[in-house]
Design a protein around this ligand. Structure first.
Ligand code: THG
Length: 374
């Protein structure tokens, strides 16, 4: 039986590229920041091979910007993230986890420092403008918080640099990972960053004009014709292999940044004023009780996981698998799961209660071997 359709109404915002990808025949959407996000263009496996071998244009308009502007923008930016922003220069991005007072995840955005008094947080799926705007108001800060009409378009895959150089010029080649430049397109100046939610390498263009957005899309497609360019989207197989969790699925409001395994991005020893830092310091000292890990699940192709699957060891429940999919490249099921801390070392064996039966699974290191071509 087919699942019921999800009605696409005005509450679910369309993007400047929705009609393009629908003309192409996009197979599935999800909703992210109240906006459409494609999840399958031709199909998850076909999209996976295409992303790893060619180049794709991704409609990731749903990665909305929470903009901070004004004299207190830098102070608010640092309050909002437990990443140390002190040494971040203008023209650089930083993966910047956001937590509440208890250290629990609110979002895991990419921060872009446009200037000392001008920041974007390119957010995952939660209403950061409400949190940031509320803080600014409550603390009496001199900063404007808004969600500007800026829509990211990502170009990802091994041929991304060649295609981007055709459209934006040779300057794109000099942009370093997580760096950005303002580059011209038809008289407009757009932020172009070397970033994106895949481990295949590529760029993100922050587009602030809906009409030119369509022109850009068509130019990229024309520039990449010789390289088998096509529409794409964040890919379930590729992102699990890369060890990229998705907020709302693998990590939620329940989990702290330490439980999300974000240790290396947390400024736990820096003398900065950031919300949640004290709580995370205490948790580090006390030790955490669960953590997100990579898993290999034995057996044939797992079914679609609409709900998390319980994980057991002996007769005890020790966690859940939050995302799982068959990897045609590795010929095994790859997964992410939140497990009790005593079952999180590499090599630990557990039992997964998949809907079609019990399976053995092993904790593995992420990224999975050979996942990154960046
Ligand atoms: N691009 C932009 N906005 C975004 C995303 C994006 N907003 C939502 C979501 N993705 C935020 N989450 C992530 C998670 C990981 C990364 C980017 C955004 C990422 N991580 C690198 C990695 O894991 O290899 C390393 C980051 C670092 O070293 O700082 O790229 O994709 N605009």
């Amino acid at each position: 039986m087919l699942p019921p359709a999800l009605a696409i109404t005005r509450r679910i915002r369309s993007t400047p590229w929705s009609s393009r990808i629908e003309d192409f025949g996009v197979k599935a959407y999800t909703v992210y920041n109240h906006m459409l996000l494609p999840t399958q263009i031709r199909g998850v496996e076909e999209d996976y091979h295409h992303l790893r071998s060619a180049v794709q244009v991704w409609d990731v308009a749903c990665e909305r910007q929470a903009e901070l502007r004004g004299p207190d923008a830098a102070r608010l930016a640092q309050l909002l993230t437990v990443r140390d922003l002190r040494s971040l220069r203008a023209g650089r991005c930083a993966y910047a986890p956001m937590v509440d007072d208890a250290g629990r995840m609110i979002n895991d955005p990419v921060a872009l420092k446009l200037a000392d008094d001008h920041w974007w947080f390119s957010v995952a799926d939660s209403d950061v403008v409400l949190w940031a705007g509320g803080l600014a108001r409550g603390m009496g800060l001199d900063v404007q918080v808004c969600e500007p009409e800026v829509n990211p378009l990502a170009v990802q895959g091994p041929k991304a640099e060649t295609v981007m150089a055709t459209v934006f010029g040779e300057a794109v080649r000099a942009i370093k990972f997580f760096g950005f430049e303002r580059l011209d397109f038809r008289g407009r100046s757009w932020v172009v960053a070397r970033s994106g939610w895949s481990a295949q390498g590529g760029f993100e263009i922050y587009v602030d004009d809906d009409e030119l957005a369509a022109v850009l899309y068509d130019e990229l497609m024309a520039a990449g014709a010789a390289f088998d360019i096509g529409p794409g989207c964040p890919n379930l197989i590729e992102r699990i292999e890369a060890g990229l969790f998705t907020y709302g699925t693998d990590v939620t409001r329940e989990h702290t940044a330490l439980e999300a395994s974000l240790d290396r991005y947390l400024a736990l020893d820096a003398p900065i004023d950031a919300i949640g830092l004290d709580a995370l310091r205490s948790q580090r000292a006390a030790g955490i009780s669960r953590r997100l890990v990579g898993l290999m699940i034995d057996g044939d192709r797992v079914p679609h996981n609409r709900n998390g699957w319980d994980v057991e060891h002996g007769d005890e429940r020790v966690g859940s698998v939050t995302s799982a999919v068959w990897s045609p490249r590795l010929s095994t099921n790859v997964a992410l799961g939140m497990l009790r801390i005593d079952h999180t070392s590499v090599g630990a064996e557990v039992t997964v209660l998949a809907p079609d039966g019990e399976r053995r699974a092993t904790v593995v290191e992420v990224p999975f071997p050979g996942s990154s071509q960046r």
